[in-house]
Design a protein around this ligand. Structure first.
Ligand SMILES: [Ca+2]
Ligand SMILES: [Ca+2]
Length: 512
């Protein structure tokens, strides 16, 4: 019996007897395919050396090399590097057609063999086939022949198997898509909804092996790109099915907060709107103030545009609402989109939101989908939350601010918008006036520029005071008014104080 593939069974029998007494495992032995080729084309030859580390006093081995037979065709074995090892130690046809080659070798009780780390046992060569994927591996496997290395006492090494990887780029698949990051900002957030709105209804090539898993996925170019940022729609087809529609919002939801900036801690690539050159002629986006009670579940309209300054030519918006963590029950915050002038939430809009309680911020995006801009004024969305149980004598002013608004038309041009802080009143325990009284007084427009309209139901008003943001009386009228000129006031939040026969009422208003 010589060192031959088929002749090993007797040796293994002897060894298995021996193994019954073996109580220790030998040192680690690494067994791994190695190649310096990592990028290949169809038809190229790919050769891997089956290398070892820790190959010390080895008397025999067996293992399997495995690959995807649709990616690689077996060609040849070369460079046998162990005494006596040759092609007869390998199991080839028909196994190689299924993507495996097996081997067995032993010294037949002669001197064990030692090789320096990084030496190869044998070299296996293949041809790359047309069905090769982008990522392909050749690996050491334990099926059908188990992995065993032993010394001349029959004791086993602890074998650590490895693999080698090569890439076959398809020249058509030249875009690297991260599902959900539609604007290539390297983070998934509410801004990623806007491109889905812009490209809504577009079709293009499907993405091979597409999924919403947060990993780089190769895709072919689409003909559509966004009008201004020129981002290819392959990045916007987040689910990779070849059409851009509501389903593509899901990957944004699923991967929200993920980043591709794996090494860095900063979020500098996060899309921040361009520096704004705002004028008083621009429309304003604000949270509509109202008077609420502690503990109340409240809904506040988010207003864009007002009676005097329409929001014109709007297609999509992404922004953040900053709320007062003292006044809001944590994690009670959400958005809704009913009665939006931007469109019917069922069928005319896509929308997304996420509360960040630790930052007291609500991220929102909303977009039309039919490539038609719309003009409007009033509510575009709502913020819903539970008012905290604030027990204090005075009314509590609860601030809201719209942060980082990115508002676009269908040509993807930016629409500038004022976004002043507004204050809503949380009623104090001994507050003068009541919510009921407050509701009978109406101040508009919100926000106001030149003239404030005041309606007071059937209340009898004896006097009105205008207080500065610091609470100082700016002006006092000893009569009821229906209009209050405010054009000379500096921009800010003011308080109008009404003395009525049924009590005192305070209303805040925003002067742009
Ligand atoms: Ca993004
Ligand atoms: Ca899609």
């Amino acid at each position: 019996m010589k060192k031959r593939f088929l002749g090993l069974s007797l040796v293994l029998c002897l060894l298995s007897l021996n193994l019954a007494f073996a109580s220790t495992t030998l040192e680690d032995l690494s067994l791994y395919p190695y190649s310096d080729q990592d990028t290949l084309e169809v038809g190229d030859q790919y050769c891997v050396e089956i290398r070892v580390d820790g190959f010390v006093n080895v008397a025999g081995f067996q293992f399997t090399v495995s690959w995807n037979p649709e990616a690689l065709q077996f060609d040849s074995l070369l460079g046998f590097n162990v005494p006596g090892l040759d092609i007869l130690n390998f199991g080839l046809p028909p196994l190689v057609d299924d993507g495996v080659v097996t081997t067995s070798w032993n010294t037949a009780f002669e001197t064990p063999v030692t090789l320096s780390d990084g030496s190869h046992l044998v070299k296996v060569c293949f041809t790359v086939l047309p069905d090769a994927e982008f990522v392909n591996t050749v690996q050491i496997a334990g099926v059908p022949t188990a992995i065993e290395f032993f010394d001349n006492m029959g004791e086993l090494f602890n074998v650590i198997p490895g693999s080698s990887t090569f890439y076959v780029p398809d020249e058509n698949l030249n875009l690297s898509v991260w599902p959900g990051d539609t604007d290539l900002s390297e983070i998934v957030d509410n801004f990623d909804l806007l491109n889905i709105g812009l490209a809504y209804g577009e079709t293009g090539p499907t993405r091979p092996n597409a999924s919403a898993i947060w990993q780089q996925q190769l895709a072919a170019q689409w003909t559509y790109s966004t009008p201004n940022s020129t981002i290819n729609a392959a990045h916007i087809d987040t689910d990779g099915n070849g059409i851009i529609n509501d389903a593509d919002v899901q990957a944004v939801e699923q991967n929200w907060g993920e980043t591709t900036n794996f090494g860095g801690e900063d979020e500098e690539n996060r899309l921040t709107p361009l520096p704004e050159a705002l004028t008083l002629a621009d429309p304003a986006i604000i949270v509509e103030p109202q008077t609420v009670n502690p503990g109340q579940e409240a809904t506040f309209n988010i207003l864009f545009g007002d009676e005097t300054t329409l929001a014109e030519g709007v297609y999509g918006l992404a922004f953040t609402v900053v709320y007062d963590p003292v006044a809001v029950v944590s994690s009670s915050v959400s958005a809704s989109f009913s009665d939006s002038w931007l469109g019917d939430e069922n069928g005319e809009l896509i929308k997304i939101f996420r509360d960040r309680p630790e930052d007291n911020r609500l991220d929102i995006a909303i977009s039309r989908i039919n490539q038609q801009n719309r003009d409007g004024q009033g509510a575009i969305a709502q913020i819903n939350l539970t008012i905290a149980e604030i027990l204090q004598e005075e009314n509590y002013p609860m601030a809201f601010e719209i942060e980082n608004p990115r508002i676009i038309n269908v040509q993807e041009q930016l629409i500038p918008a004022l976004h002043p802080i507004t204050f809503s009143e949380i009623m104090g325990t001994t507050a003068t006036g009541s919510p009921e009284l407050s509701h009978r007084v109406n101040l508009y427009p919100i926000p106001a520029r030149d003239l404030l309209q005041l309606s007071t139901d059937d209340l009898i008003v004896d006097a009105i005071e205008l207080l500065s943001p610091e609470g100082k009386v700016v002006q006092r009228w000893e009569q009821a008014l229906t209009q209050i000129p405010i054009s000379i006031l500096a921009p800010g939040t003011y308080i109008l104080q009404l003395f009525t026969r049924e009590g005192m009422v305070q209303k805040r208003f925003v002067k742009l």
